[in-house]
Design a protein around this ligand. Structure first.
Ligand code: GLV
Ligand code: MG
Length: 332
């Protein structure tokens, strides 16, 4: 997906970050070895192990140790492995990062930084990661950063945050903290106060995150839905961000996983059509196909813009491991 040349903190060109599917992103409290273990068996694209808000202050040192042990033991094959550290306004961030990355760096894909407010907070994490990677002989720059946007300051600085480090892979909406930050009246995520459509209020925030993500070639991830028994509610809220173009959403409970994987994947039919358009457009624009720029594919007229739309759907489908069921055949 990445089309921008990236540079590391020293200005050297680095390879684009890998495009990883993140339809479902499972939150696992680092204080629970049982849940860290169970996460291995669940069909999610990403697991994030938490040392932040799902872990009580007194349990944080133990959570760090549990997470290092779980990562090094392995068994999360095919899943993105992320660890959420505490935010920079606490006293825990540096120790979270040092302990987890020194202890399990090669078995870890990303650090998730919550409550990001400024680009400098991302740069601070980037520099710390680089130091740990260098001093431990780990590949420098491999570990990505996920930035949670959870307050007004984070949202107004989101463009600078997205551009702050080539390590940034995702921009994540944190609805619970966000609502608290802006004094939004509905204190239950997804609840609708009478007379006002909260969906409208979220629309601006979601769109703002999405614009920054697309401008800087990052993934846009929707946050948690707290009513874990209300799968219909989950589907409704996920459907809203998926329709805008978000790439995935958190899951707090195994019951939400299927919905996330389905809602953030292209439908099979759309995926097949996208692959067909890419092949057909490739053929028709070639000398052999007549070097044409706009042609009919069945009932649909396709041109360069169709190719761009198809590229997006194809990339999401391929990242999710979808297999096409229709092939293009050039006319005789
Ligand atoms: C997630 O961290 C949230 O605050 O919603
Ligand atoms: Mg939060």
């Amino acid at each position: 997906m990445s089309s921008h040349p990236s540079t590391d903190s020293g200005g050297a060109a680095v390879a684009p970050r890998p495009t990883r599917s993140r339809r479902s992103n499972l939150a696992v409290p680092g204080s629970s070895p049982k849940m860290l273990d169970k996460a291995r068996t669940l069909p999610v694209d990403q697991v994030f192990m938490d040392i932040e808000d799902a872990v009580a202050p007194l349990a944080k040192p133990e959570a760090r140790r549990n997470i290092v042990a779980a990562l090094n033991e392995g068994g999360y094959d095919g899943k993105v492995r992320s660890v959420r550290v505490n935010d920079w306004t606490t006293q825990w961030t540096y120790a979270d990062v040092v302990e987890v990355v020194e202890g399990a760096g090669p078995n870890l894909d990303c650090i998730m930084l919550p409550k990001v407010q400024t680009a400098e907070q991302v740069i601070a994490l980037d520099l710390l990661l680089t130091q740990i990677e260098r001093s431990n002989g780990f590949e420098v720059g491999r570990i990505g950063i996920e930035a949670q946007i959870e307050n007004a300051m984070g949202l107004i600085n989101i463009d600078a945050i997205a551009a702050a480090s080539p390590r940034i892979e995702t921009l994540i909406f944190g609805p619970a903290d966000f609502m608290a930050s802006i004094n939004m009246k509905s204190l239950v995520v997804g609840e609708q106060p009478p007379g006002y459509d909260v969906g409208d209020a979220y629309h601006y925030i979601l769109m703002r995150i999405l614009m920054a993500a697309r401008a800087y070639d990052k993934l846009a991830i929707d946050g948690p839905y707290l009513q874990i028994k209300d799968v219909d509610g989950y589907r409704r809220v996920a459907g809203r961000s998926a329709a805008l173009g978000f790439d995935g959403k958190w899951v707090l409970h195994p019951g939400q996983i299927d919905a996330a994987n389905e809602i953030y994947s292209p439908r099979q039919d759309d995926y097949d059509q996208a692959e067909l358009i890419l092949d057909a457009y490739d053929y028709y624009t070639s000398a052999q196909g007549g070097a044409r720029g706009a042609v009919m594919l069945g009932d649909e007229m396709i041109d360069e813009a169709s190719r761009k739309m198809a590229t997006v759907i194809s990339a999401k489908g391929r990242a999710a491991g979808m297999v096409r069921t229709r092939a293009f055949s050039a006319p005789e």
